[in-house]
Design a protein around this ligand. Structure first.
Ligand code: DAT
Ligand code: MG
Length: 143
């Protein structure tokens, strides 16, 4: 998900390009403003933490881009492309490393496991909104 700060910073195109250029396949995308309920479900693992209220406030403050990307080890690959949670610690070439300055404005969210990806996808998408298709490029991306 491109968070509100990523959208406001005009980074939608750059972020999508990075995931596309890596070889991941976009299977669903939605531009929306999260409700409090969606935000609470999305970040339920963080409920009660010191930063939770700020996190919910930011993620519901303006529109986001929710996306589903497919590929071999996609969860791991996306986390690598995103970089560490704190942009100050993130690898310099990663999305957070390149574009972020602080933890509370770290541009992008990515699921941290296949289980959380499934759960998060179901918050924003109906199953029929995920598009299954072939890309001819795939033989040049995978052995
Ligand atoms: P990630 O987004 O890398 O999966 P996370 O799940 O630990 O990181 O936390 C979710 C978001 O909450 C994170 O992107 C930014 C915010 N956050 C995490 N730890 C924080 C902290 N110590 N202070 C402020 N915001 C924090
Ligand atoms: Mg997380």
């Amino acid at each position: 998900m491109i968070k509100p700060d990523g959208v406001q910073r005009n980074l939608i195109g750059k972020i999508i390009s990075r995931l596309e250029d890596k070889g991941l396949k976009l299977v669903a995308i939605k531009f929306l403003r999260l409700t409090k309920e969606q935000a609470a479900e999305h970040y339920r693992e963080h409920a009660g933490k010191e930063f939770y209220e700020r996190l919910i406030s930011l993620i519901t403050s303006a529109p986001v881009v929710a996306m589903v990307w497919e590929g071999k080890n996609a969860v791991f690959i996306v986390r690598k492309l995103m970089g560490a949670t704190d942009p100050a610690q993130a690898d310099a070439g990663s999305i957070r490393g390149l574009y972020g300055m602080s933890m509370g404005r770290n541009i992008i969210h990515g699921a941290d496991s296949v289980d959380s990806a499934r759960r998060e996808i179901s918050i924003y998408f109906r199953p029929e909104e995920l598009v299954s298709y072939e890309k001819t490029l795939e033989t040049w991306i995978y052995e």
